[in-house]
Design a protein around this ligand. Sequence first.
Ligand SMILES: *Cc1c(COP(=O)(O)O)cnc(C)c1O
Length: 402
Amino acid sequence: MIKLDFHPTGRHFLQIPGPSPVPDRILRAISYPTIDHRGPEFGALGLKVIAGMQKVFKTKHPVVIYPASGTGAWEAALVNTLSPGDHVLMFETGQFASLWNKLATRMGLKTEILSYQGSDAVLPQAAGWRQGVQADMILERLKQDTGHAIKAVCVVHNETSTGVTSDIAAVRKAMDAAKHPALLLVDTISGLGSADFRHDEWGIDVSISGSQKGLMLPPGISFNALSPKAIEASKTAKMPRAFWGWDEIIEMNKGGYWPYTSSTNLLYGLSEALDMFDEEGMDNVFARHQRWAAGVRAAVNAWGLPIQCADTSLYSPILTGVITPEGVDADEIRKLIQKRFDLSLGTGLGKLKGRMFRIGHLGDSNDLTLMATLAGVEMGLKLSGVKLAGSGVQAAMDYFSA
Ligand SMILES: *Cc1c(COP(=O)(O)O)cnc(C)c1O
């Protein structure tokens, strides 16, 4: 038996940028009885969630759903479209771009990683982790590749380790300007469902997403959205694949089924999330996250602390990274806040360890849960001896009540 005082009273504040707080409606849907994954009801559920996800990705083409975390869908995108030793071009925007690069290398692909070349006064050791994908660098690199050795360009849409949302349309434009035939693979594991995303319009070949961030579900399912060009590539791609193979899944999906047992209860949750998106309208969902992000940034600015995203046109609607003063361990602040106020914040990952923390503003949130979050952070900063320029809580109240 777990000790009953393991959890304090009231709701835990899960303010990490994924897993996000799951709306009660979705939790209730997940608790429906598990059904026969070959029966008629299941087929109807399968068809509904596939069609709903096509709407969310903004695509007319197949969406493949895996019973796996986002990492599985990363791997699926690579093994379905590429052959061993293929050259892929990636862009280092943060920890998740770096992890995808590591995964691709382990899969036997030849990866090349581009990174921002400018300097940064606040975090000189991680200048590129405050910026988005530099489409002009991709253009220059692809122009040099006259023999078309590069088979895929891989970029992260919403870099969850930093809070920078890259301009994917600009990457497509660069690839078109270079007249390069490489596939465009985009990780929107944390962006989809909370930040504007357009698979078809942006000319993406494989979009990759996961359940536990912008889509407000618990962890456990993930997605590949495909283009006709990606499906063509999969017919000649030689990377070994069985579980991840698109062909059998797409075939079985025609009836709303999968070749293997799906995560039935998570699909109930997905169905509920899709209903919620429909009821609110995706544009309203995106605007709501933009507004929350602006309120949180108002607080960070009032504290006088730098925001991790240095490009003001690329602020993430999903999370905000906060840089702590030099010599102050951001993880100690996070631990103190968790202990005192039962509030979880995201840690600084990789190069950012100890220098920043992340506030998630996604999932089942509202103005007041965010105000409570900011109050917890402000108290934690003060208790840790961080000198603040002013009250972020007051600035956010002013913003949210304006
Ligand atoms: C969370 C995340 C991943 C990894 O997904 P898992 O579900 O943890 O496997 C990859 N990329 C981005 C951008 C993420 O936010």
